[in-house]
Design a protein around this ligand. Structure first.
Ligand code: C2E
Ligand code: MG
Ligand code: MG
Ligand code: MG
Length: 278
């Protein structure tokens, strides 16, 4: 296309960027109405115990059913929501509805953990503590089943400050995980002083298990986690080799398409019924 325009790269990119930012503006505009219109839904992806392969937990993953665009990925709309501040409201909604679903599972006798992603703006919002506290106060779900995830890069930026926020959250009895572990730059000294319970190995590393080097990296991460007494959740488990390799090395929890894709709440309840006895 650039060639057809006489190699005018500048024009090409300029036009392209305008179209993209127009699209972003439209999405941003629609996002403001999405919650009121019930277009935001929380999906749940199964997590299984690394040894028994029985249900262990679920990660709450938000979805936007756009009236004309169809399903919009959180990778697209979470950054928009971060920018315009809507993430705080969306985050509250995700937290409330995920805990509500987890209550139902527990009422049915399934002791399932629920993982919630916190974005940067949410994490530094003064409302976070209040929100988590009030959700826990209004729910029979024991706090230790609520797991809050923050990404490694978020955790390590302004680490000293974050440690104090994490300690506040931890004091409420919730568990804390470092998400996308390995994609940021963790200082081991900091990792040690973070009041965290688990790390989630990013799926790019699981993908690399095909290579010797990839295997060495995952082995090293598992050994480090063991000596720091951290649980390890492996993301992106897609095949039997991933399972046997990680099982052999006592990885604690598995999450990936092999065990289930993110699904609506009613489907997840069916999943629990068919994969476990309470
Ligand atoms: P994440 O927290 O690292 O979530 C895992 C992502 O990996 C999910 O993508 C999940 O569908 C995908 N995944 C899991 N297993 C597999 C697998 O075996 N193969 C492949 N190819 N993918 C797998 P999803 O749902 O599109 O979410 C993308 C990201 O959006 C999340 O990454 C998280 O950073 C963000 N996100 C999702 N929901 C929320 C939310 O409620 N709040 C915030 N702040 N961020 C969210
Ligand atoms: Mg996550
Ligand atoms: Mg992750
Ligand atoms: Mg990830």
């Amino acid at each position: 296309e650039a060639k057809q325009q006489g190699g005018n790269q500048f024009l090409f990119y300029q036009t392209d960027m305008n179209a993209e930012s127009k699209e972003q503006l439209l999405l941003e505009n629609d996002l403001r109405k999405a919650l009121d219109r019930n277009e935001i839904e929380v999906y749940f992806q199964p997590q299984v115990d690394g040894q028994t392969l029985k249900p262990y937990g679920a990660e709450a993953l938000v979805r936007w059913h756009h009236p004309s665009e169809g399903l919009v990925s959180p990778a697209v709309f979470i950054p928009i929501a971060e920018n315009n501040g809507m993430i705080v409201e969306i985050g509250q909604y995700v937290l409330q509805s995920a805990v509500q679903e987890a209550e139902k599972w527990h009422a049915d006798g399934y002791e399932i953990h629920i993982g919630i992603n916190l974005s940067g703006r949410q994490f530094s919002s003064s409302n976070l503590m209040k929100d988590v506290q009030s959700v826990l106060q209004n729910s029979p779900l024991p706090a230790q089943y609520l797991d809050l995830e923050i990404t490694e890069s978020l955790a390590m930026s302004n680490a000293d400050h974050n440690i104090s926020i994490l300690k506040g959250l931890k004091a409420m009895g919730v568990t804390l995980s470092i998400d996308d572990f390995g994609t940021g730059y963790s200082s081991l000294a900091y990792l040690h002083s973070f009041p965290i319970d688990a790390i989630k190995i990013d799926r790019s590393f699981i993908k690399n298990l095909e290579t010797q080097e990839g295997q060495a990296i995952v082995r090293t991460v598992l050994a480090m986690a063991e000596s720091l007494k951290l649980k390890v959740v492996a993301e992106g488990i897609e095949d039997e080799f991933h399972v046997s390799f990680l099982q052999n090395k006592n990885c604690d929890v598995f999450q990936g398409f092999k065990f289930g894709k993110p699904m609506p709440a009613d489907e997840f309840q069916q999943y629990l019924k068919s994969h476990n006895t309470p």
